[in-house]
Each structure stands twice: as C-alpha cells, then as structure tokens.
Design a binder for this molecule. Structure first.
Ligand code: DLL
Length: 432
C-alpha cells in the first residue's frame, strides 16, 4: 500500500491525541472568534479548556445548513476577509446558497487531502488526471485539480460538458484517471461507444467518482465498460469539498481523514450518538481548518462507521458509502424509499441501461411512483410481448424489494436526459 501522507497510517492512540489537540484548539478558537459559536457554546455552558477527551464532543451543539444560511454569506468565518483566498458555494436549490471560505493554509490542507484520495485510487505523479467535475463555485473541479497538482500529477481541467471533446482529449492526452460523477462516467462511456472509440485507444486505469449516490451494481457496470478501477470519493462543500473520504483498493468503505474531520453517526430524530456499525446521520467536526470550521455539522447523509482495521494499512476509520440522504428519502404511501434502492434492482435486470428516473405524483390523494428506465438498444427492437414481460419483471422485483407498488415505463434508448454533473434521479410532482 502506498499513502500520500504518513498521517494516514498513524497508530490509533497517536491519532486520537492529534484529534483531541486539534479539536480543543478549534473549538476554543471558534468560541473566541465567531459570535454565533460563542452564543451556541455559552448556551451549553461551555468554557474554553473544557474539552478534556474526545467523548466531550458529544456535549457540544450541532450546526445545520440553516445556521449557514442564517449567517449568509460570511458570518461563520473565523478569520478576517483579508485572510480568505478562495470562496466556494453550493448551488442551493432551495433558498440561499451556502458559502464557504478558505485561507491559504486551508487550500494547502485540502490539496493534501485530495492528493491522498488520488493515491488511494492508485495514482501517482505519472498520471494524467482528467477532471470533469464542474469548475466554478462547485468544489469538485478545483478540489480535484489542486489535489492532482499537489501530488505532482498532470491536471487536465476539463470541467463538465461537451462530452465528445472530453473523449477526444482523453485519447489525445492519454488521461489515466477520470474524475467526475458516476452518472457522467456512464455518459462518457456511452459517447465513447457512439464515436466508435475502442477501449484500447484510451489509457484510463482508474476513476474517482462521487458527488452523488451510486451503487455497487453501477460500479460494476462502469468498471466493466471502461475497464478501470472505480473508487468512491465523498465530500461536501460545507466541510471542505471532495476529499473528506475515499475508498482504498479494498473498496470496503471509505476512509475518513480523521486528522481533519471527526465523524459521528447520530440518530436523526433524537440527535443521540449511535454506536459503531449502526446506520444514521453523518455528522462532521472540522479540526484542521481556519477560514470556516464547523462543529458537529449535520450532513443529512446516511451512513455508518467501521472502526475495524483495514487490510490496506490505513488506520483512519471507514464510513459506508452514502446511499441516501434523510431529505432525499421519498415517502410513498407511508413506505420509505431511497432512489438508490431502485437503482440496485434495476442494475440487476438484463436488458436495461443504467439511465433511470423516478417520477412521483399524487393521483386522487394517493402517491404514485413511476420508474422510468431506458432499455438497451437490443431490447428496444424486441417484440411488444417481450417488452411486456420485461416491464412486469421490473414491477415485481422493485415491488418486492421496496415493499411498495410502482408503475414502470420502459423508455427508448437515449430518451432520459444525460447528466454532466449530478444526475437528477427524482422528479417529485407532488410539491408543485
Ligand atoms: O458534492 C463535493 C464533492 C465533489 C464530492 C466531487 C465528491 C466529488 P456538495 O455539492 O456540497 O459537495 O454536495 C454534497 O453530495 O452531502 C452528499 O449528499 C452528496 N455526495 C457527495 N459525495 C457523495 C458520494 C460535493 N460519494 C453532498 N456518495 C453530500 C453519495 C455523495 N453522495
């Protein structure tokens, strides 16, 4: 195993010492410098110096997306604006976007974290890192870019879109590591096929895919089609951007870089910390960030932690891949449904493409979930009768997996809009 930073293999006790020291200094600094945190910490009668052990984190208050919005744009920054060298923001589909700021030191730390993820995916300085995450206020593009440069690899700042051009550059420049959303990786593979570019004309060996949920089934499809090793990368702008965690070669969970973030899993209802192995809402505390550091930030992402040692040798805890968010969960006639569950079923049925969308509506006060999925080109030319059999199979299998009846609509190849960034999986007409 190769690591970019020796801290990735720091022994448990030493890692805990480092975490404690950084936690204490972060919380005390926020108390001094950020009025919002001073008020919140005063409310729980916290006094600087009160953190004596990592367990004390549990007594601190949570931070939510609303707190960031209420302090829009720069109210939670812990340094003067003249020390901020970069701003990013999340798109914010509802209300104000959330704004994050980085000092020069933060940019270095972040680049180091992302360099670790590229190495975990098998990269080194000889690689050509093809960055198809969007550049701009979104953290994906510049995040991967700085990581690739930090590693000493060659960064290719493609950004999203213009997929044919992406493929041409991949051939001409010999890209070896692709960074984009999993749905965009499938889109690229499809365009490659349509352009008649054979797998042998590209040098791709790995992909660092994230920013949206995806399943192991989708991983298999991407790995098969592109003949690469696909690694899940997780992160969120509020906490830093990409580089919070990554899958190593074992692909049994994502290592959370604990020298920078302390993860917890809580019960989303009660806010109580859950024991290792139990599934709940992921919460992160920044312990290595100057510009904007958040205490117990509630991500709304659902996961669980595996503190057991990993065969790769990294000592940092692992989190299960994020399969859904507390706020993505659809409630269909009282049954909780995550789009990722539907994906798992669809990907196991031959004759379907990995492009799908869920359309939810309310008809006569009853929720109706329609699964729209594209057929592969071969199936599309089949007789109607065979299509009916396929439709019924999907309906039955989704129903038995989810425990709720669904409508199924087989779609023509290429009729569902392709993503160039995060895929839109759900169209909920009930809210309109
Ligand atoms: O998506 C940062 C990122 C960029 C991560 C590139 C990975 C690669 P936001 O736009 O703030 O930041 O969205 C964060 O996206 O809370 C999750 O719900 C979701 N998400 C991110 N990575 C994954 C993943 C970036 N690997 C939100 N699996 C998070 C599932 C993910 N969901």
């Amino acid at each position: 195993m190769r690591c970019f930073n020796p801290v990735e293999t720091l022994e448990g006790d030493r890692l805990d010492e480092l975490k404690l020291e950084r936690l204490r200094s972060t919380v005390d600094r926020l108390y001094e410098r950020v009025p919002f945190y001073r008020d919140k910490l005063d409310a729980v009668e916290y006094r600087p110096g009160d953190i004596k052990s990592l367990k004390d984190l549990e007594s601190l208050p949570f931070t939510t997306k609303d707190d960031l919005r209420d302090n829009y744009p720069f109210g939670l920054f812990a340094v003067p604006m003249r020390d901020i060298v970069r701003i990013h923001a999340s798109s914010g589909t509802t209300g104000k976007s959330t704004v994050v700021g980085y000092t020069a030191g933060d940019i270095q730390v972040w680049a180091d974290l992302v360099a670790r993820t590229i190495v975990a995916a098998g990269g080194d300085r000889d690689d050509v890192v093809h960055v198809s995450y969007g550049y701009g206020l979104f953290t994906g593009g510049l995040g991967l870019h700085y990581g690739a440069e930090k590693l000493g690899a060659t960064a290719l700042p493609m950004s999203g879109g213009n997929t044919k051009r992406q493929v041409r550059m991949m051939v001409d420049f010999g890209s070896t590591i692709l960074c984009c959303t999993p749905s965009y990786a499938l889109n690229i593979a499809e365009v490659m096929r349509e352009m008649g570019i054979s797998r042998d004309s590209i040098k791709l060996k790995a992909a660092i895919l994230g920013a949206e949920p995806w399943s192991d089934e989708m991983r298999r499809q991407i790995e098969e089609e592109l003949r690469i090793s696909a690694h899940d990368i997780y992160g969120l702008s509020e906490v830093v951007g990409p580089g919070v965690s990554i899958e190593c070669e074992e692909k049994k969970g994502l290592h959370v870089f604990e020298d920078s973030f302390i993860p917890e899993i809580i019960d989303p209802g009660s806010g109580k910390v859950l024991p290792p192995g139990e599934r709940g809402e992921l919460v992160f505390t920044n312990i290595n960030k100057e510009g904007l550091a958040l205490i117990r930030y509630r991500t709304r992402d659902i996961s669980r932690l595996f503190p057991e040692p990993c065969a790769c040798g990294r000592t940092h805890t692992r989190m299960e891949r994020v399969t859904g968010r507390t706020d993505d969960m659809l409630i269909i006639r009282g049954v909780n449904v995550f789009p990722s569950q539907v994906e798992i079923v669809l990907m196991q049925i031959p004759g379907l493409s990995p492009h799908y969308q869920l359309v939810v509506d309310r008809v006569e006060n009853l929720d109706v979930l329609e699964v729209q999925v594209e057929m592969s080109a071969e199936v599309f030319s089949d007789e109607i009768k065979q299509l009916e059999v396929l439709e019924k199979r999907i309906r039955d299998e989704v129903q038995s997996y989810l425990g709720v009846g669904v409508k199924v609509r087989l779609m023509e190849p290429r009729s569902i809009q392709r993503s160039e960034g995060k895929a839109v999986r759900v169209i909920d007409k009930r809210k309109i």
